[in-house]
Design a protein around this ligand. Sequence first.
Ligand SMILES: Nc1ncnc2c1ncn2[C@@H]1O[C@H](COP(=O)(O)OP(=O)(O)OP(=O)(O)O)[C@@H](O)[C@H]1O
Ligand SMILES: [Mg+2]
Length: 263
Amino acid sequence: MDQIIEINGLSKTFFLEKKQAVCALRNIDLNIKDQEFVCLIGPSGSGKSTLLRLMEGLIKPSTGSIKVMDKPLEKPISQAGMVFQEYSLLPWRNIIDNVVLGLEFRKMAKKERYEKAKDILKKFGLEDFHESFPYELSGGMKQRAAIARAIATSPKILYMDEPFGALDAYTRFQMQKELISFWLGEKRTIVFVTHSVEEAVFLGTRVIIMSARPGEIMGDFHIDLPYPRDRWNEEFAEYFKRLMDLMNRANEGKMMKGCVNND
Ligand SMILES: Nc1ncnc2c1ncn2[C@@H]1O[C@H](COP(=O)(O)OP(=O)(O)OP(=O)(O)O)[C@@H](O)[C@H]1O
Ligand SMILES: [Mg+2]
């Protein structure tokens, strides 16, 4: 498998209004291979969303470099799709008009883009809701529509920032299963941020644990369990326990670490 994302010596410091420095990430070296399903976990404020935004090309690193598909990343690229926790559907557009958005940007012909969107909405069980507006859908349906929109352009990489965080436990389990069957079928690269160790072990081929701020990589695990995964399996519990121990350490470290601005 080829490397699809290569991050070397990356750090990110934000400067607040009074020029106070907030060192969010430091010493990040991370290589992600094509078709991996990488979950990023870590305490709140450990820089998970920042790392994702850097990989998406929405913000720039303070030091270090990011290459995506062998090219230095300058800005968001068309081969990547993004899904956020808060759905980010346009409230004034109905569901199908939301899903065609990325295809519109790519100047796909109208007939073609609506056919593609219909196809995808069917896969996501939303065929009866083309004309509905986001406020008329449940949280799970909105998130399905947001994922449908992100994959409509057939991105090679899908970045997801706590996409299921706002869903109830049952809907969340359903969405996790759907995401796994999508990924198994289409074999994309997914980088998925979550607070939940359990969700990370259920989904990822690999789990990266971030330390408390300034975020550094404190663990990198390959989850060697077949799909679909069984939460009641003993090996699942073993991975869960190991990662929980590390997460607890990361959270304890949160109280002790100061911010060193090494830029
Ligand atoms: N635009 C910004 N300006 C200033 N500081 C920022 C900005 N974005 C993030 N930060 C700071 O960077 C640190 C990391 O934030 P980030 O949102 O990446 O954490 P996170 O791991 O995603 O947290 P959570 O789990 O709560 O979502 C925080 O201290 C945050 O205040
Ligand atoms: Mg975040």
